[in-house]
Write a protein that binds this ligand. Structure first.
Ligand SMILES: O=P(O)(O)OC[C@@]1(O)O[C@H](CO)[C@@H](O)[C@@H]1O
Length: 323
């Protein structure tokens, strides 16, 4: 059972444009779609499509359109009943796959609702092999909350994954290595936020085909935090650094349609592969196959196993040096 936590879920509205987005003008859009979203929800949806048991934990009032969406796709969830509607996040996609996202802060969460969500996580974790803590935190939730939850989960037998950004990520970084998790999934910007590495340098090197500085940065985070680091590299793929080694994976060429949820699919692929006791290289292969399959789908759709081009993902073991 993979349990996901989305403290700040969303209804994802995607608008498809016929051409490039022109700021300050009226554009006649081609189509729109609305889907249940939020990072943990997306992870759960991909896990569910793979036929593996999953429960998404989230705050939402009974009857919320997000829950109606989850009922439609048959995703199992447990909620803390809150007063306000779940936020809507807007995505605008252009024909070349350029994806622009406008995310709202979410509704303030009361201390009582937060305590109820924390208790629900601990209760659900008792039967979980993984608990994935995903996404931003709504107003009212302290930035340190993920670290608190991870500490509560530490004595349990479940493994813990963290995928967040901004202030909650900074707070989580400050709590490490005392607060231990099993895997953390930063993108390159987040990797730099966590390590103080020079984003410009990493990006310039990557553009020149040299992932060495990114790998070394991920190694230093892995050594500091003691957990696996699954770092996403956008269209270039992802890398995995563990105590045993480091691997770089590049995806097959795809026609990008919407990158929303690609990172969540990547995490889902990684978690699913661990349930099969796959080697680190194969975990990374599955992660990258999931991420690139998600980017080729419209809106926030989760990929299914039949969407994966596993054999076309190139995985190689690479050397790293701590920085
Ligand atoms: O505002 P957050 O919590 O950082 O991200 C929320 C979000 O952008 O993440 C998912 C894609 O990863 C979307 O379903 C959702 O709209």
């Amino acid at each position: 059972m993979i349990v996901t936590v989305t403290a700040n879920p969303s209804v994802d509205r995607t608008v498809t444009l016929p051409g490039p987005l022109v700021r300050g003008s009226v554009t006649r859009a081609l189509a729109s779609r609305a889907e249940p979203g939020g990072k943990g929800v997306n992870v759960s949806r991909a896990v569910q499509m793979a036929g593996v048991a999953t429960t998404a934990l989230l705050p939402a009032r009974s009857g919320d359109p997000l829950l109606t969406g989850l009922d439609t796709v048959g995703l199992r969830y447990r909620t803390v009943d809150v007063a306000a509607d779940v936020r809507s996040n807007l995505t605008v996609t252009e024909p070349d796959g350029t994806t622009t996202k406008l995310n709202l802060p979410g509704n303030p969460m009361s201390p009582a609702d937060l305590s109820a969500l924390t208790a629900l996580i601990v209760e659900s974790a008792a039967t979980a092999s993984w608990v994935a803590l995903c996404g931003s935190l709504p107003p009212g939730v302290p930035d340190s909350w993920y670290a608190e939850v991870a500490s509560l989960l530490a004595p349990l037998s479940c493994r813990v994954a963290v995928d967040t950004s901004g202030a909650p990520l900074t707070a989580f970084r400050a709590a490490m290595p005392d607060v231990a998790v099993d895997v953390i999934k930063p993108n390159v910007e987040e990797l730099c936020e966590m390590t103080g590495a020079d984003l410009d340098l990493l990006e310039r090197s990557a553009d020149a085909g040299d992932f060495g500085p990114t790998l070394d940065t991920a190694r230093s985070l892995q050594q500091f935090a003691g957990c696996a680091v699954l770092a996403t590299l956008g269209a270039a793929g992802a890398l995995l650094v563990t105590a045993e080694g480091a691997w770089l994976a590049t995806p097959p060429p795809i026609v990008p349609v919407s990158t929303v949820g690609a990172g969540d699919a990547t995490l889902a692929g990684y978690l699913l592969a661990t349930l099969d006791e796959a080697t680190p290289a194969e975990r990374l292969r599955r992660a990258v196959a999931y991420g690139s399959a998600a980017a080729a789908l419209a809106g926030t759709q989760p990929p299914t196993p039949s969407d994966l081009a596993l054999a076309a993902v190139h995985v190689s073991e690479v050397a790293t040096h701590a920085v």
